[in-house]
Design a protein around this ligand. Structure first.
Ligand SMILES: Nc1nc2c(ncn2[C@@H]2O[C@H](COP(=O)(O)OP(=O)(O)OP(=O)(O)O)[C@@H](O)[C@H]2O)c(=O)[nH]1
Ligand SMILES: [Mg+2]
Length: 302
């Protein structure tokens, strides 16, 4: 029999390259939220893939970018710190031959670590097959990669091959989590993230970065298969509050009903979701409020 392999694998890359989409696809479940807005992921999210070959623990990190406030600094710290703690790094990039300052910054850090790195060129569904070689060529020498694997996280192209390649670079190891475990995220955290995802996806660009979601209460009713959830969307300005609520409450209703749908799938029961909106100025520069919204201190301390 083959040896059981295991290890920790991190997904890093610029915001919006598809890290969370790829992780969800590999584990076959939606745990990390995704959107077309950069800086969607704020925390380190751990998920588990188990097969007869072995177990991979994925760490999805916030995109590495130039931080503009304390929340941004926190996000970058979490991503960069992770590099030193893992057995294998997947660096995701867009299919492009242009290597910008953001990529060069990441490449520099990768050259300074002993951890093996696999380059993953994502979103190949958006380009022609012939172009893929030119992207490989542009990247192949900037970091001593173990492998370069083109994939489409969205369409699931070449992702099984990526899993096989990862196992080649993992060593024999224990089954860290029982095979039913999918994530370390508490249910409450996933619920608040699902609400934040719907807000991100429905609101115009300037608002999403200034919001946070707090789940105030989750209570199962004694009779029947129903959970009551109260949650608050926090934003930075009165004008934003108006936009989030929308005309006659239409926007908040839309966010709420989309979130409820996903939360019902997650919890596998009916959900009665009540949403409120509150203004807290400058929360992104307050250590206290950042912690309060679940961006954990243990991820922040070096
Ligand atoms: N066409 C295409 N779109 C993709 C693919 N993978 C991800 N996307 C889209 O790219 C956008 C960003 O995806 P995310 O998974 O949220 O990206 P991320 O790297 O986690 O972003 P941050 O959390 O902000 O760092 C979403 O709109 C995805 O649907 C892909 O393979 N093909
Ligand atoms: Mg993400």
């Amino acid at each position: 029999m083959e040896k059981f392999k295991s290890g920790f694998v991190t997904l890093i890359g610029r915001p919006n390259v598809g890290k969370s989409t790829l992780m969800n696809h590999l584990i076959g479940q939606k745990i990390a939220i995704t959107s077309n807005k950069p800086q969607t992921t704020r925390n380190r999210i751990q998920t588990v893939y188990t097969s007869e070959k072995g177990q991979i623990i994925f760490l999805d990190t916030p995109g590495i970018h130039k931080a503009k406030n304390k929340l941004g600094e926190y996000m970058v710290t979490v991503a960069e710190r992770t590099l030193r703690e893992v057995d294998l790094i997947l660096w995701l990039v867009e299919p492009s031959t242009f290597i910008g300052a953001g990529e060069r910054h990441i490449a520099e850090q990768l050259c300074n670590t002993d951890t093996p790195v696999i380059l993953v060129i994502n979103k190949i569904d958006t380009v022609s097959k012939a172009e893929i070689l030119t992207f490989i060529d542009a990247y192949k020498d900037i970091v001593p990669f173990k492998e370069i694997v083109p994939v489409s996280a969205l369409k699931g192209e070449n992702t099984d091959e990526l899993l096989q390649v990862m196992f080649e670079y993992l060593e024999e190891g224990p089954c860290y989590y029982d095979e039913d475990t999918v994530t370390d995220q508490p249910e409450r955290q996933i619920v608040s993230e699902l609400i934040r995802e719907k807000a991100l996806r429905n609101l115009s660009d300037e608002i999403p970065h200034g919001i946070a979601v707090a789940v105030d209460q989750m209570r199962e009713r004694k009779a029947g298969n129903l959970i009551d959830i109260d949650a608050t969307i926090v934003c930075e300005r009165d004008s934003h509050k108006g936009i989030i609520i929308g005309k006659k409450g239409a926007m908040l209703k839309k966010i709420g009903s989309q979130a409820r749908h996903d939360i019902e799938n997650l919890l596998d029961c009916q959900v009665n979701l009540k949403l409120w909106v509150k203004v807290k100025k400058d929360w992104r520069d307050s250590d206290f409020l950042i912690r309060n919204f679940g961006y954990r201190k243990s991820d922040y301390d070096m």
